[in-house]
Design a protein around this ligand. Structure first.
Ligand code: NAP
Ligand code: ZN
Length: 406
C-alpha cells in the first residue's frame, strides 16, 4: 500500500493498519534514495507485468514528478474497462487542499507520496464506456467519482457503507495501490478514469456539473460529520476556516437549521460568509470577539489546513459539546487536557464519507439547490492555484475545466 489520504493522518489505529501492509513495510526499510528510485521505476515495472493480463491505454494527465516540481503534462495508464467498470471522460475536477499536501509530500511521515503523482478526487464526467455487468450507468450519463475507487467490501465498516473506514484500507483515487495495473492509482487531473461502478456516483441533471465536482470531497467531508453529530435546528454550530471545505460546511449547517458561526482569519471574507449561510462571523485573531462565544457551541467543525490553536476553540464548546477536525495539517497540534476535562468536551475527527452517504449528499444537494461556489480554471493554471490556496485566496473552490487538457 503506497499511500492513504488526508483523514487518516489523525487516526493512530489506521496508521498501524497502514504500517502492517506489505508495501508500507518495504518502504519503511528503504532509504530515501531507494524510495525515490522505487517511485521512479517500480510502478512502471509492475504495470508492465500486470498489463500483460489486463489491457490498458494511455491517458493525458497532469502530474508532479517530485515534492518540489511543478505539476506538468504527463501520460498515465488506465485499465481497459472490465465487466464491472465505468469509464468517464472527465469534464471537471475540483482542487482540494489535500491534493497540495499530497503533491508536496507534506504527509510524508504518515503516507508518503509516490511519484509521479496525479492528484484529483473531485471528479465529474460523462460515461463513455460501461462493462457488460454494469447496471447503474449507461453511455452519456453524467457521473462522479470521489476520494475512493475501491475497498475490501466485506469488513464491518464496508458492510455498514462506511468504506472510508475499511479495515483493509480503502483504495483511494490517487496515490493508493492500484490492484489491477499495479503501481499507484492516478486521480482526476486527467482526461479519463476507469472505476468500478460501485464507486461511481449518480449526478442529477438539476446540478451544475462544475459546481458539483467539489461536493465529491469538500461536500461529503463536511456533510458527513454534520449528519453524524446530528446538527439541527436549535443548535449553535461553528465552522473554522472559509475555504473549500469550510464554505460547504456553512451551507450544510445552515440547510440543517443550525445557527451558524463562521470563524475566519480573513476579515475580507465576512460578507461572503454571511451570503453563504453564516448568521455570525468571528475574526479568530480577535481574542475579545472569541471570548464572547466562550462555552456556547454544541458543535464546531474545524477545516483548517495549517497549524492553529485548537485550545482556543475547545474553550468555545459548551458542556458535552464536540470539536471535530476534518482539516489535516501535516504537524501534530497540541491539546490541553484541562480544556477537555472541564466541560467534558469531546475532540473528534472525521474522514470523507461512505459511498451511500455520498450519494445521499448529492441527492440532498440536487433537492436543495446546493453546489460549490467555484473559480473555474484551466489545467495550465494549476500551479498558480496551489500558490493561491496557500494564501487562503480561493472563492471558494478551484475547479479545473478538463477541456483545457485536450
Ligand atoms: P482550503 O480551501 O485551502 O481552506 C482552508 C482554510 O483554512 C483557508 O481558506 C483559511 O480560511 C484557513 N486557514 C488556512 N491557513 C490557516 C492558518 N494558518 N490558521 C488559521 N486558519 C487557516 O482547504 P480545503 O480544501 O478546504 O481543505 C482543508 C483541510 O481539510 C486540508 O488540510 C485538507 O487536507 C483537509 N481535508 C480533509 C478531509 C477529510 O476527510 N478529513 C477531506 C478533504 C480535505 P480563512 O481564510 O477563513 O481563515
Ligand atoms: Zn479532498
Amino acid at each position: 500500500m503506497s499511500a492513504v489520504i488526508d483523514w487518516r493522518v489523525l487516526q493512530v489505529h489506521w496508521r498501524e493498519l497502514l504500517m502492517s501492509s506489505v508495501c508500507q513495510l518495504r518502504r519503511l526499510t528503504m532509504t530515501k534514495g531507494e524510495l525515490n528510485r522505487m517511485n521512479e521505476t517500480a510502478p512502471i515495472a509492475l504495470q508492465e507485468e500486470r498489463t500483460a493480463k489486463t489491457g490498458s491505454f494511455a491517458a493525458r494527465a497532469y502530474s508532479a514528478r517530485s515534492a518540489t516540481s511543478a505539476l506538468a503534462p504527463d501520460s498515465v495508464k488506465r485499465r481497459t474497462p472490465g465487466p464491472q467498470d465505468v469509464q468517464l471522460e472527465i469534464l471537471y475536477c475540483g482542487v482540494c487542499h489535500s491534493d497540495l499536501h499530497q503533491v508536496r509530500n507534506e504527509w510524508e511521515r504518515t503516507m508518503p507520496t509516490v511519484y509521479p503523482c496525479v492528484p484529483g478526487h473531485e471528479i465529474v464526467g460523462r460515461v463513455v464506456k460501461t462493462g457488460s455487468a454494469v447496471k447503474k450507468f449507461k453511455e452519456g450519463d453524467t457521473a462522479a467519482v470521489g476520494c475512493m475507487v475501491g475497498s475490501c467490501g466485506v469488513c464491518e465498516s464496508c458492510r455498514l457503507g462506511l468504506e472510508q473506514y475499511c479495515e483493509k484500507i480503502p483504495i483511494l483515487t490517487y496515490n493508493s495501490e492500484d490492484k489491477v495495473l499495479g503501481g499507484v492509482t492516478y486521480g482526476g487531473y486527467s482526461e479519463t478514469i476507469v472505476v468500478d461502478e460501485a464507486f461511481v456516483l449518480k449526478v442529477s441533471d438539476k446540478l451544475d456539473p462544475a459546481g458539483t465536482a467539489p461536493l465529491l470531497c469538500a461536500g461529503i467531508t463536511t456533510y458527513s460529520p454534520l449528519r453524524h453529530w446530528n446538527v439541527r435546528k436549535g443548535q449553535k454550530v461553528g465552522v473554522i476556516g472559509l475555504g473549500g471545505l469550510g464554505h460547504m460546511g456553512v451551507k450544510f449547517a445552515n440547510a440543517f437549521g443550525a445557527h451558524v458561526v463562521q470563524f475566519t482569519t480573513s476579515a475580507n471574507k465576512t460578507a461572503d460568509a454571511l451570503r453563504l449561510g453564516a448568521h455570525e462571523v468571528v475574526i479568530s485573531k480577535d481574542a475579545a470577539a472569541m471570548q464572547k462565544h466562550a462555552a456556547s457551541f454544541d458543535f464546531i467543525l474545524d477545516t483548517v489546513s495549517a497549524a492553529h490553536d485548537l485550545n482556543a476553540y475547545i474553550a468555545l464548546v459548551k458542556r458535552d459539546g464536540t470539536l471535530t477536525l476534518v482539516g489535516a495539517p501535516p504537524m501534530p497540534l497540541p491539546v490541553s487536557s484541562f480544556g477537555l476535562i472541564f466541560g467534558r468536551h469531546q475532540l473528534a475527527g472525521s474522514g470523507i464519507g461512505g459511498i451511500r452517504e455520498t450519494q445521499e449528499m448529492l441527492d440532498f444537494c440536487a433537492e436543495h439547490g446546493i453546489t460549490s461556489d467555484i473559480e473555474l480554471i484551466r489545467i495550465q493554471q494549476i500551479n498558480e492555484a496551489y500558490e493561491r490556496l496557500l494564501k487562503s485566496d480561493v472563492k471558494y473552490r478551484f475547479v479545473i475545466d478538463m477541456a483545457s487538457l485536450k
